[in-house]
Design a protein around this ligand. Structure first.
Ligand SMILES: Cc1ncc(COP(=O)(O)O)c(C=O)c1O
Length: 483
């Protein structure tokens, strides 16, 4: 199986002296020259410097990010041994590289052919849209509830995001998605939001019938699965953020995954535009469209060292979150006025958040504050109009079609000089806004004990019993989720 980087750059071979390069016409004894087998003039330098990045930088990082001892040891090892600052040329393409090891490890863990570590989730999305050949004027369908990066990266490559509704899982609504398809639609970007996974069967079915590419945004769902397959490996390309703000990862970082060789090479060329990964980096294209202009999104070795450790912890973390969520769901009776957030795969979701819908936005606000007073933080958007770059209507760079450059790119069609026919208005996805306003949400701690989970369920039950009516049919939230 071919994995990133597909070809290891062979430094020795490339820089070996050319034995034919013998100096001619000189009066000196040519056999003394090192190139002709004579003694080398310089065997070593006494003043060999210290690694450019050393313990002071490491301690700085460790204190900022609160790394565990295991990670500290890995970083220390990486810094002390490898001189990551000015180290061996192109270290990233050798098996000694943490970035290389991270790609290998992720490919194994996610059971996917190709992984490219990059600098952020946004960089992963940018590269994936390029790989999928999203061109100026192409439409990409994006759910109205996501972080703005999913849609902004579409704009950056010249495409036009088209908003669609979310369903009661707060992930892309397949029924509405299909309605938003036009002859200009090129791709769908389902987002596994807050660890709730999308209905990927429905998304893939629609994509197949309309010949659309699927670029999964897994920034908030690293390691999750849908019907036994990891998200990010179901669509054509998967994009992950593994920054410190996500459950897996540290510092800044992202991953691109695909099983498609062509998409892999296109994403790699974009994210590694110097083509440094190629066996002969200065060679002309080896196949049509191999080389094109791109950027450098290579993940730094220090981030890779951290993320290598983080990835190893991922499945155990997921196990703890899922167990705790199931414990809480099993302890919650069903109420007439409360609707749990829909779960498309209870065994595959992240388990780090728990949401439900109240009957009205006002009721959601009331429940969030009464529940929070019981000792667990709940939040809701409720009736507030507070700006939030997770809800489409507040994403002003997109809603106002703001260009980065004075030529109006990409909103203006260069062929006609007119705006592309995509419209934005705050009421485009009323259901998404309505669901957002009634959703009440809390985070679940992976380290809660069984008793802690019982306490949470008991606190919620106490509040619901006072304010709501139990469903006469009985049952609990775990059963509603299909278990
Ligand atoms: C859904 C979603 N997509 C993309 C991103 C962008 O990731 P990054 O911050 O690593 O660029 C985020 C980050 O918060 C996210 O939540």
């Amino acid at each position: 199986m071919l994995r990133f980087p597909s070809m290891i750059y062979n430094i020795e071979e490339t820089y070996a002296p050319d034995p034919g390069a013998v100096i001619k016409g000189s009066k000196m004894d040519k056999s003394k020259l090192a190139i002709n087998g004579g003694a080398k003039s310089i065997e070593a330098f006494e003043g060999t410097g210290q690694p450019k990045i050393n313990n002071e930088e490491f301690l700085e990082m460790a204190s900022v990010w609160g790394y565990s001892q295991e990670i500290i040891d890995k970083i220390k090892e990486a810094i002390e041994k490898d001189d990551l600052g000015g180290g061996p040329s192109l270290v990233a393409y050798t098996p000694a590289s943490r970035m290389y090891q991270l790609a290998e490890r992720a490919a194994e863990l996610f059971d996917v052919k190709y992984v490219i570590p990059v600098t952020s989730g946004t960089a992963a999305l940018h590269s994936a849209y390029i790989a999928a050949n999203i061109c100026q004027g192409d439409e990409v369908i994006v759910p109205g509830f996501t972080f703005m990066a999913t849609a902004m990266a579409v704009v950056v490559v010249g495409g036009l995001p088209v908003w669609c509704e979310v369903d009661e899982s707060m992930t892309i609504d397949p029924a509405d998605l299909e309605k938003r398809i036009t002859p200009r639609t090129k791709a769908i970007a389902p987002v596994h939001m807050n660890g709730y996974v999308c209905d990927m069967d429905a998304v893939m079915d629609i994509a197949k019938r309309h010949t659309l590419k699927v670029i999964e945004d897994c920034a908030q769902s690293c390691g999750d699965s849908f019907h036994g397959q990891r998200v990010g490996t179901i669509g054509d390309l998967g994009c992950f953020s593994i920054s410190s703000y996500k459950t897996t990862g540290g510092s800044e970082g992202g991953l691109i995954m695909t099983n498609d060789e062509k998409l892999y090479y296109r994403a790699l060329q974009w994210a590694e535009a110097g083509g440094l990964w190629r066996p002969d980096r200065y060679a002309l294209s080896r196949w049509e469209d191999e080389l094109f202009c791109g950027v450098n999104y290579r993940m730094p070795e220090l981030s890779a060292a951290v993320n290598l450790v983080q990835l190893g912890k991922m499945d155990a973390q997921l196990d703890r979150w899922r167990t705790n969520k199931k414990r809480i769901l099993a302890g919650l009776p069903v109420y007439k006025e409360i609707k749990p957030q829909a779960i498309h795969d209870i065994d595959g979701e992240h388990g780090n958040s728990l949401g439900f819908f109240a009957e009205t936005a006002e009721e959601a606000e009331r429940l969030a504050s009464i529940l929070s007073a019981e000792g667990i933080g709940f939040n809701t958007k409720g009736r507030s109009d507070g700006r939030d770059w997770h809800i489409y209507k507040y994403m002003s760079p997109i809603m106002n079609k703001l260009p980065a450059t004075s030529d109006g790119y990409p909103w203006i069609d260069p062929k006609t000089g007119k705006e592309f026919p995509v419209e934005y208005s705050p009421d485009m996805c009323p259901r998404t806004l309505e669901l957002m306003s009634r959703r009440v949400n809390t985070g679940i701690d992976q380290w809660w004990t069984e008793n802690d989970c019982k306490q949470v369920a008991a606190a919620m039950t106490k509040v619901f019993d006072v304010l709501c009516t139990r469903d006469a049919k009985g049952g609990n939230w775990l059963e509603l989720a299909g278990q």
